[in-house]
Design a binder for this molecule. Structure first.
Ligand SMILES: *Cc1c(COP(=O)(O)O)cnc(C)c1O
Length: 230
């Protein structure tokens, strides 16, 4: 078991080891601590251990936690990684620093229109369905270029398109885990070859962060390995 601080240290070491193997600088990989279902006190404990970036899935739950931890602003950074419905965009635009789960232009337009002008621009990733199942959220790879161009054209003082996010199907071995992460990296490279300047690949979770780092992840989203099982 161990404390949140020591489990976080273990995850940092996994990232560092994976970076060495990949010939990458571990500093180019941000650990996003996914605190969904855990109370504000657990977030506070991780913050005390040095963690600054937190990921949440459920808007209502996140808003309550963000409010309870308002004293940690502006050092704490909040990322929405779960599905976002259009009736929640106003609250999200006011409370979060990043949204990883944008998969429709309408959501990005609303976030741009509703981002309070006194705040820095909201940082966005487009969620891509790299596993190809109809039930999963995320834009289909074939529809990604048009969506990315349209989102990148929205006012940059309100939202900035930073990159791509994926939640691949679980796979047992590292080689099988790498394939969807590689696909996401290649989609990002293709968008950049087409004139965009995206720098973020949000991919990798507790079970597959090594595979994600090997394929170029710049943000790994880790819940269970830091906070325990949900
Ligand atoms: C819950 C969740 C994570 C973290 O998953 P763990 O397996 O607990 O590390 C990462 N990304 C998303 C989108 C999630 O919903």
């Amino acid at each position: 078991m161990g404390s949140i601080g020591s489990k976080r240290q273990e995850v940092k070491q996994r990232i560092a080891a994976a970076a060495v193997t990949a010939g990458r600088d571990a500093k180019s990989i941000t650990l996003l601590a996914v605190s969904k279902t855990f109370p504000a006190d657990a977030v506070r404990e991780a913050f005390a251990a040095g963690q600054r970036e937190f990921g949440e899935n459920y808007v209502q739950e996140a808003l309550a936690k963000i409010d309870a931890l308002a004293d940690l602003r502006p050092r704490i950074e909040w990322h929405l990684i779960g599905p976002l419905q259009s009736n929640k965009t106003r609250a999200v635009a006011a409370a979060f620093d990043w949204v990883h789960s944008v998969d429709r232009l309408k959501i990005a337009e609303r976030l741009a229109g509703q981002r309070p002008p006194e705040l820095p621009p909201l940082q966005l990733c487009l969620q891509v369905n790299v596993s190809g199942e109809a039930s999963k959220s995320g834009v289909a790879p074939a529809e990604l270029p048009a969506l990315a161009q349209a989102v990148a054209a929205l006012p940059r003082e309100r939202i900035v398109l930073r990159g791509l996010m994926a939640i691949p199907e679980p796979a047992a071995d590292v080689e099988a885990q790498r394939a969807p992460h590689r696909a996401l990296r290649e989609l990002l490279e293709a968008l950049n070859a087409g004139g965009l300047a995206l720098d973020t690949l949000s991919m990798g979770m507790s079970a597959d962060l090594e595979a994600a780092v090997a394929e170029g992840a710049t943000i790994v989203r880790v819940g269970t390995a830091i906070f325990g099982t949900r």
